[in-house]
Write a protein that binds this ligand. Structure first.
Ligand SMILES: *[C@@H]1O[C@H](CO)[C@@H](O)[C@H](O)[C@H]1NC(C)=O
Ligand SMILES: *[C@@H]1O[C@H](CO)[C@@H](O)[C@H](O)[C@H]1NC(C)=O
Length: 492
């Protein structure tokens, strides 16, 4: 029982405390306002490829032009101005990890990284911390803590590789590179962050079902038992399947993360948690399609974030957006393999969840299990609203368009519950391509809290192999514009 309390209760409190993010609400734009009055004024997509020409080589960020420029983010000129400040002063100090004793010889370089960070972070004239190219540095879990005295740039030219000593992670909240409470930070350089995750994947409770049942590790068995006995499985799933994090930015403000390869994370690759004003672009995130829980980019409790021009292929969601997130824009995303772009899961363990103002624009999915998905657990509360999915190409995607309000990550079906996270004001616009299954559009909404104001405009999805694609629609209030195929045969 003690064990249960120490693990599950803090999580519940975290979920509950996310509520407070919504007290200060100045954002009022209706994302449908413009497009729906413009009717068919959209362009046909062929394929949306991220702009990667400058990947790994963005010598002068001022000349960098992004074709899906953040300027187009209608409400973010303020964000942009603030991000400009994150560029750092011209006279900044160079802080090379090698000068602090990093050897890149296969032994642990954590101490040198830590010292270099502390030095850079305490510089009052701005600093650039450099991880030199063509070298591989092995590091244990590290806290890169702020606040720092002035704007900081972390230039990763070489490779940072994670230790596989699992015990090192226990004291660190199961996080590897943890940037905490830093303002005006840029992380860039074209280098690689390698989570070295294989040993973790093999141990995962999810991948190795035997672990959960009989022969498995004590931790998996105990957790499973507690979760079943106390019927708080959803909460538990979050605890032991989502916690290991490769690169986390926690409570960072005016942050830019760009031109990096992030691969083979222990579980999640890149996490933005409770951050404000984030620009993430030119990122390549890669892990095998069968690696468990390796979300590409996870956004939680974060406001004003642009994710541009990213190529993401992992064993879980390419991008997942969960509670407390607001004003999220993902543009020019290539996703696959993986589970697609998800809002959720929301409302696990009867929690309240709030996600609003999300735009996914210009994305290409290939061989993913989902395209654009909203998933909520039964029994939750709160909302997911003002969401636009537009200009999207699906290639052999199992569930191209899906809202699942009966989400259940469990072998036995979840208990029926009446409350639900309200899903409303969702626009699907100009979405084309193929479905790997016969059901291309699925709205499985809650009977008691139906999905409302769901708009479909110019949707053309056909089945990759079967003769015709179907839409499966339950408890959803829909409007159509333009040609929509497949349509819901009956609405209720
Ligand atoms: C990192 O900070 C957390 C608290 O935020 C602390 O619990 C942990 O021990 C620190 N880890 C390291 C390696 O310093
Ligand atoms: C589509 O995806 C399925 C698995 O989801 C795969 O078996 C099939 O070969 C794929 N088809 C094509 C044409 O790529």
């Amino acid at each position: 029982m003690m064990f249960l309390k120490t693990l599950c209760l803090p999580l519940l409190f975290t979920l509950i405390s996310l509520r407070s993010c919504f007290g200060i609400d100045s954002y009022t734009e209706d994302p449908f306002h413009v497009d729906f009055r413009r009717g068919r004024a959209y362009r046909r997509p062929i394929s949306y490829r991220p702009y990667v020409r400058t990947f790994g080589h963005v010598p002068n960020i001022r000349n960098y032009r992004n074709p899906y420029s953040v300027n187009r983010f209608d409400h973010n000129s303020g964000i942009r101005a603030r991000l400009d400040r994150a560029r750092g002063p011209m006279t900044s100090k160079m802080v090379n990890v090698d000068d602090f004793g990093a050897k890149a010889n296969g032994r642990d370089d954590s101490l040198a990284f830590k010292k270099a960070w502390n030095y850079a972070c305490s510089s009052s004239q701005g600093a650039t911390m450099v991880v030199p190219k063509k070298k591989t540095y092995h590091v244990k879990p590290i806290n890169f803590s702020g606040p720092c005295k002035s704007p900081l740039v972390l230039k990763i030219y070489g490779t940072i590789k994670a230790t596989t000593d699992h015990s090192e992670y226990e004291g660190n909240g199961r996080r590897w590179l943890y940037f905490d409470n830093v303002e005006n930070l840029r992380v860039e350089g074209g280098g690689t962050i390698n989570g070295n995750g294989r040993t973790w994947w093999e141990k995962s409770c999810k991948i190795n079902k035997a672990l959960v049942t009989l022969q498995g590790s004590a931790n998996c068995k105990l957790l499973h038992l507690l979760c079943v006995v106390f019927r708080i499985w959803p909460t538990c799933v979050n605890i032991f399947s989502s916690e290991l994090q490769a690169v986390t930015f926690n409570e960072c403000t005016n942050l830019r993360v760009s031109s990096l390869r992030i691969k083979n994370a222990q579980q999640m690759h890149l996490i933005f948690r409770e951050c404000v004003n984030v620009n993430a672009f030119n990122l390549r995130v890669k892990a095998p399609g069968n690696s468990p829980n390796t979300d590409g980019i996870h956004v939680t409790g974060t406001q004003n974030i642009n994710i541009n021009n990213c190529v993401i292929g992992t064993g879980d969601d390419c991008i997942s957006i969960v509670s407390g997130s607001k004003n999220v824009r993902a543009t020019g995303i290539t996703c696959g393999p993986g589970h697609g772009i998800s809002i959720g899961s929301l409302g696990a363990g009867n929690s309240a969840a709030y996600v609003s103002n999300v735009i996914v624009n210009k994305a290409t999915f290939r061989d993913t299990t989902n395209g654009v998905r909203i998933k909520t657990w039964q029994g939750g509360s709160g909302y997911a609203k003002n969401i636009r999915f537009q200009n999207i190409v699906m290639n052999n995607v199992s569930n191209p368009i899906i809202i699942d309000q009966n989400y259940c990550d469990k072998r036995k079906p979840c208990r029926k519950q009446v409350s639900a996270v309200q899903v409303s004001d969702v626009l699907y616009q100009n979405i084309r391509g193929t479905s790997a299954t016969g059901v291309a559009v699925k709205f499985d909404c809650s009977q008691s809290v139906p999905c409302r104001r769901i708009y479909l405009q110019d949707v053309a999805l056909r089945a990759e192999e079967e003769d015709s694609a179907q839409a499966s629609c339950a408890n959803v209030r829909l409007s159509y514009r333009g040609d929509v195929s497949p349509p819901c045969s009956s609405q209720n």
